[in-house]
Design a protein around this ligand. Structure first.
Ligand SMILES: [Zn+2]
Length: 74
């Protein structure tokens, strides 16, 4: 899990994050054509850009890796 911090204005809570996600999910269709998405797993997530919502700066935003409980393959 990643959080962000803007070093130019100190914002830690409001960002525009542009990302691409590749995921796998079980689509459960009813005979009426409605779908229920279950067991969605994110396989890959690439963050293209992060922009501070307060000052509009993109270059000053730092990514902060949070220590997760689950083991990440890295
Ligand atoms: Zn900022």
């Amino acid at each position: 899990m990643t959080t962000y911090r803007c070093s130019s204005c100190g914002n830690r809570t409001r960002f525009d994050v542009e990302s691409t996600t590749r995921s796998k999910a079980f689509h459960h269709y009813s005979l009426g054509g409605e779908v229920r998405v279950e067991d969605e797993t994110v396989l890959e997530r690439r963050v293209a850009s992060v922009t501070c919502r307060w000052c509009g700066s993109g270059a000053s935003v730092e990514a902060i890796e949070q220590v997760a409980d689950e083991t990440s393959p890295r």
